[in-house]
Design a protein around this ligand. Structure first.
Ligand SMILES: Cc1cc2nc3c(=O)[nH]c(=O)nc-3n(C[C@H](O)[C@H](O)[C@H](O)COP(=O)(O)O)c2cc1C
Length: 210
C-alpha cells in the first residue's frame, strides 16, 4: 500500500477544501492510503508544535504534501511551528527520499502565494525530499487545471464564493500525480534504506584530508 500524508493549517476552511481535493485525487489511484492532518491549536504549546504521533505517522508515508493559507506572503505561523518541529528529524534526514509537494491559497489572485510554495520547497529540500511539480502548462492543458499558472504547486484564489473550482481541480490533479508517482517509484521500499542512510548508492565519499 502506498501512503500519502497531507499536513496543513486552515483557519477558515479554504486550505482544508484544497486538502480534501488532494485526498480525492490521490484516492483515484488503487492501493493508495491517505493520512490527512489539520494542524490544530491544541497541538501548539507556547508557539511550538507538539504532537509526536503526527510526526511518526508522517514518517511512515511515501509522500508528504504541505498546505497553508498564505499569510503576508508566506506560510501561516501555525504551519511554521509544525515545520520547526520537523527539525528533530532533520539531523538524521529521516524524511529523505519521500516525495513532497505543496498547496496554498489567498484572497488575491496573486497575493504572493508563491512565497508560501517556495517555503514548502525549501523545507522539503532541508529534509532531503524530492519535490513534485505540476506538469500542466498554463493555457495548454486538456484537463483545464492550473488557471493561475503555478507549476511549483497549487495556488488557489478564494473569494466570497469559496475556492475557485478550477483551483480545486488543480489540487485534485496534484494529489493524483503524487499518488501515481509515489506508487511507481516506491522509493521507501525499493531504492534506499533510510535506516542505513545508504548514500553510497551515489558512489560518493568525501575525502576531506586532501
Ligand atoms: C493574517 C493574514 C494574512 C493574509 N495574507 C495574505 C496574503 O499575503 N496574500 C493573500 O492573497 N491572502 C492573504 N490572506 C488571506 C488568506 O490567505 C485567505 O483568506 C485564505 O483563504 C485563508 O485560508 P483558510 O480558509 O484555509 O484559513 C491573509 C489572511 C490573514 C488572516
Amino acid at each position: 500500500m502506498t501512503k500519502l500524508g497531507i499536513v496543513y493549517f486552515s483557519a477558515t476552511g479554504a486550505t482544508e477544501t484544497l486538502a480534501q481535493a488532494i485526498e480525492q485525487g490521490a484516492l483515484a489511484t488503487e492501493a493508495v492510503e491517505v493520512l490527512r492532518f489539520r494542524i490544530d491549536k491544541n497541538q501548539l504549546v507556547e508557539g511550538r508544535f507538539v504532537d509526536q504521533e503526527v510526526l511518526t505517522q508522517l514518517g511512515s508515508c511515501d509522500a508528504i504534501i504541505f498546505g497553508s493559507p498564505t499569510y503576508m506572503g508566506g506560510v501561516a505561523s501555525q504551519f511554521k511551528a509544525f515545520a520547526d518541529a520537523t527539525s528533530e528529524l532533520w539531523c538524521e534526514q529521516l524524511w529523505a527520499n519521500k516525495l513532497a509537494a505543496g498547496f496554498t491559497c489567498g484572497s488575491a489572485p496573486n497575493g504572493d502565494q508563491s512565497g508560501t510554495l517556495h517555503y514548502f520547497f525549501t523545507l522539503a529540500c532541508q529534509q532531503g525530499m524530492l519535490w513534485v511539480s505540476i506538469d500542466a502548462a498554463h493555457g495548454y492543458t486538456k484537463q483545464n487545471v492550473n488557471r493561475l499558472g503555478s507549476q511549483l504547486g497549487v495556488v488557489a484564489h478564494v473569494n466570497d464564493q469559496g475556492v475557485h473550482k478550477v483551483d480545486k481541480a488543480t489540487a485534485q490533479y496534484l494529489g493524483q500525480r503524487v499518488a501515481v508517482l509515489a506508487k511507481k517509484l516506491n522509493l521507501n521500499e525499493n531504492v534506499i534504506d533510510n535506516n542505513t542512510v545508504d548514500r553510497a548508492l551515489c558512489g560518493f565519499s568525501a575525502d576531506v584530508n586532501n
